[in-house]
Design a protein around this ligand. Structure first.
Ligand SMILES: NC(=O)c1ccc[n+]([C@@H]2O[C@H](COP(=O)([O-])OP(=O)(O)OC[C@H]3O[C@@H](n4cnc5c(N)ncnc54)[C@H](OP(=O)(O)O)[C@@H]3O)[C@@H](O)[C@H]2O)c1
Length: 323
């Protein structure tokens, strides 16, 4: 692969997962702030509009591996691509895996982090920012998702401490914003329900955090090496149950629904069936993740933006489109 040579300036950032929901918001802000940003993607052609932003370079991930960066185990193919950047940011995350045995989560979360961070350290990149998740725990996590997220986070911090790389990780609860796949998805589902919305794990708890606040924290971490070694929980100002959030999204999008919380056995059964539906809308691993509240511990510094000030802007637009 021929990579463009990049000067090692404090304003050169490489982002894995830069084409996703959080990635796009961060890339937009970095571009606005004059950064040069490299984004490898498995499907660069699908995200061409990102490359129109000033300073953004989209790289076809297929040049790194057979269409899946997570299968690239050797450091060498990464070295040329990473070299010259001042920060590596890893936003790669999945909620479902092909085989329901933990291997897919391990590849995407743990192995990819290990390969990329080793390559980054070899290339002399001094800073790494890692996206984890609230309640991620390598040992006590209830799901493959939470354990693999915890393992990747622990590995990154241990490696950073040994190799002298400044590692910061962020642990958000669910993130909301115009293109989220959480409130938007429930609003979309509500539109299809005939008045009653049967909901699995209705008592699961979240502290939704605004994507703009998440981006602000990443921007602060890039410019403040004092955050090295920290693992920072990101929660919004208020805790809600899933039932409250779904009722709110449905109402705000113009489809008010009665939420019928399913008993535990029915939630499990739903997960067992839906994990074989196209796109795996709900899996046993998702069910397991929802058994741990995704809310801030008492010492957590809450982010300021209230859900109710932002979500109507995009949920109401959705209802206007569907009318
Ligand atoms: N959104 C939330 O509510 C939330 C909450 C807690 C934690 N997080 C974490 O925050 C991060 C960003 O979330 P998001 O909502 O922005 O996710 P997203 O929209 O699904 O984007 C995920 C990104 O990861 C890349 N990716 C996925 N699988 C990959 C693989 N096997 N190899 C390489 N790249 C892969 C995709 O890039 P390409 O397809 O272009 O290659 C995509 O850009 C994730 O780590 C997620 O776990 C999110």
């Amino acid at each position: 692969m021929q990579a463009t040579r990049i000067h090692n300036s404090p304003k050169n950032v490489m982002i894995l997962g830069g084409t996703g929901f959080v990635g796009r918001a961060l890339v937009t802000e970095l571009s606005r702030s004059g950064f040069s940003i490299t984004i490898p993607s498995r499907q660069a052609s699908r995200h061409r509009e990102l490359a129109l932003l000033p300073g953004v370079r989209l790289v076809d991930g297929a040049a790194l591996a057979n269409s899946d960066l997570a299968t690239t185990r050797t450091v060498q193919p990464w070295a040329e691509l990473i070299s010259g950047h001042s920060v590596l940011i890893n936003l790669v995350g999945i909620l479902n895996e092909p085989k329901h045995n933990g291997e897919g989560f391990d590849r995407a979360h743990v192995q990819l982090t290990q390969t990329a961070l080793k390559a980054s350290a070899e290339a002399g990149i001094p800073q790494y920012i890692h996206m984890s998740a609230l309640a991620a725990d390598a040992v006590a996590g209830r799901s493959f998702y939470l354990r693999s997220k915890g393992k990747a986070e622990d590995w990154a911090h241990d490696f950073g401490a040994q190799q002298g790389v400044a590692v910061t990780s962020f642990r958000p609860s669910v993130i909301f914003g115009a293109n989220d796949s959480f409130l938007n998805r429930f609003a979309q589902l509500a539109a299809l329900m005939p008045g009653i919305f049967p909901l699995a794990c209705a008592d699961a708890r979240f502290s939704p955090v605004f994507v703009g606040d998440v981006v602000a924290q990443f921007m602060a971490a890039i410019s403040d090496s004092g955050q090295a070694g920290q693992r920072i929980d990101l929660c919004g100002p208020t805790d809600y149950s899933l039932r409250e959030l779904v009722a709110y999204a449905a109402r705000t999008a113009g489809h008010p629904r009665v939420i019928l919380g399913l008993p535990d056995w029915a939630s499990r059964l739903q997960a067992r069936f839906l994990e074989f539906a196209p796109g795996k809308p709900f899996t046993r691993d998702n069910y397991a993740s929802l058994q741990t509240p995704s809310v801030c511990p008492t010492a957590c510094l809450r982010q300021p933006t209230r859900l109710e000030t932002i979500a109507p802007q995009y949920l109401q637009k959705r209802s206007a489109i569907s009318m």
